[in-house]
Design a binder for this molecule. Structure first.
Ligand code: NAD
Length: 420
């Protein structure tokens, strides 16, 4: 995955505010709040890497586990020059809530290295990854903490981590990471899983809101791994993808874009700019387009108090993590826009990671149809549970998802009690 993103300075504050809102609703007592606001384990590592020119550079890496009351920690590893411990605290906490929303038996974790991988050669990147994996092997493991790709890391990164961990153990431990290549224990369907999950919740949301998906007009911000795949899947459902964008350009065609042609054009020109059969559109204008469904699939903090009022879509589905802030949520609520929050909408990725881990542990592998069938069951059930809470408590879908997730984790903590 190669998300081009700068981290928001207030990601942690937003995550804590969201938690506190729901802790109030659930009436959680102070001690339990402190537990759930804090990462259980935080490891910082400073380690040398030999560069191609023979010199050594020292890099800083992290692995943070938020809460493991419901099972081993699970979360991605990102390589980014702007990575901060507070971002990781927020992202690890979000992973705890995401896993609990879809009721898979994991807690949350996140890790990464402060590095811009674009400045490293492939051998340098491999040495950095293997040394980082060794440094954090104190924490990761198939029973303790399972890593996955995130921003600027991919299946090759996971293969190196799996191999390094296995070399240290003396036998192959495929289940220490997910998002691996299929030939070393990766799951069929993992590559498309996040987008498939988004597709499944969109089908549910359309049913709830009486919108016919066939012919519905959809705008997708971010034409990357998730955005491009979800656009293709929804077009297969008969929807009209009227607008897409990447970090530099946007395309708009009210009759619907021919995604096959767009993709060929993008591959040939390494850009969307100049694509015929569509008008150019800015990212801001894309967010305010007259359409049925808006899918932010780029990165965080795209919709806020200033621009949320321009959104005309009836449904906003957060394929990206944290694309709308709390002010945007309020505007959507006031304007009757149905928001499917990130911890529900994009949980398909971690769900199929869970499937991959289960298959690795059993050394028994499913086909893609089986993966998608089980994913659909989990996503539809989670959507139904969140929607029921939203209706019963008269809250928006984000608050409802948090009520479900935080409630599950709090209950697990209380059931287990405090050791000793
Ligand atoms: P990606 O790097 O493949 O795609 C991101 C896309 O967004 C690229 O096309 C990029 O050009 C575009 N983009 C960057 N800045 C933009 C801007 N200002 N306006 C419009 N587009 C812009 O990343 P991805 O894997 O598709 O992830 C996208 C989002 O989904 C991230 O928030 C990520 O955390 C979240 N997510 C991804 C997964 C997964 O399995 N890949 C799982 C859960 C959540």
């Amino acid at each position: 995955m190669t998300t081009e993103t700068d981290q928001s300075p207030n990601l942690l504050q937003t995550a804590r505010n969201q938690f506190n809102n729901v802790a109030d609703i659930l009436g959680l007592e102070t001690g339990l709040r402190k537990v759930l606001l804090t990462c259980k384990r935080e490891l910082t590592v400073n380690f040398p890497v030999q560069m191609d020119n023979g010199t050594a550079e020292v890099y800083t890496g992290y692995r943070f586990q938020h809460n493991v009351a419901r099972g081993p920690a699970k979360g991605g590893i990102r390589y980014h020059p702007g990575l901060t411990p507070d971002d990781l605290r927020a992202l690890a906490m979000l992973m705890t809530w995401k896993c609990a929303t879809v009721d898979i038996p994991y807690g949350g974790a996140k890790g990464g290295v402060v590095v811009d991988p674009k400045n490293l050669s492939q051998p340098e990147l491999e040495r950095l990854t293997r040394r980082y994996a060794t440094e954090i092997s104190l924490m990761i493991g198939p029973d303790t903490d399972i890593a996955a790709p995130d921003v600027n890391t991919d299946s090759q990164t996971m293969a190196w981590i799996m191999d390094t961990y296995s070399m240290q153990k003396g036998y192959s431990v495929t289940a220490v990471v997910t998002g691996k290549p299929i030939n070393i224990g990766g799951a069929e369907g993992r590559g498309e899983a996040t987008a498939r999950g988004v597709q499944y919740v969109i089908r549910e949301a359309c049913r709830e809101k009486n919108i016919q998906l066939e012919g519905a007009k959809i705008a997708v911000q971010g034409f990357g791994n998730v955005g491009a795949t979800v656009a293709r899947l929804l077009a297969e459902d008969g929807a009209l993808i009227v607008a897409i964008s990447d970090s530099a350009n946007g395309l708009y065609n009210p009759q619907g874009l021919d995604l096959k042609n767009v993709t060929i054009y993008q591959q040939e020109h390494h850009s969307l700019a100049g694509y015929p059969n569509a008008d150019g559109i800015s990212n801001q204008d894309l967010l305010g387009l007259d359409c049925d469904i808006l899918i932010p699939a780029a990165f965080e903090n795209q919709l806020n108090g200033q621009n949320a009022g321009q959104v005309k879509a009836k449904i906003v589905v957060e394929a990206a993590n944290g694309p709308s802030n709390l002010e945007a949520d309020r505007v959507f609520h006031d304007n009757g826009i149905f928001l499917v929050p990130d911890i529900l909408a994009n949980a398909g990725g971690v769900t199929v990671s869970y499937f991959e881990w289960v298959q690795d542990l059993q050394s028994f592998f499913w086909n893609e149809a089986e993966t998608n069938r089980r994913l659909n069951t989990i996503m539809s059930k989670a959507f139904g549970e969140v929607h029921k809470i939203a209706q019963e408590r008269k809250v928006d879908m984000r608050t409802a998802a948090y009520i479900l997730a935080v409630g599950r984790v709090a209950e697990a903590c209380l059931t287990r009690g405090i050791y000793p």
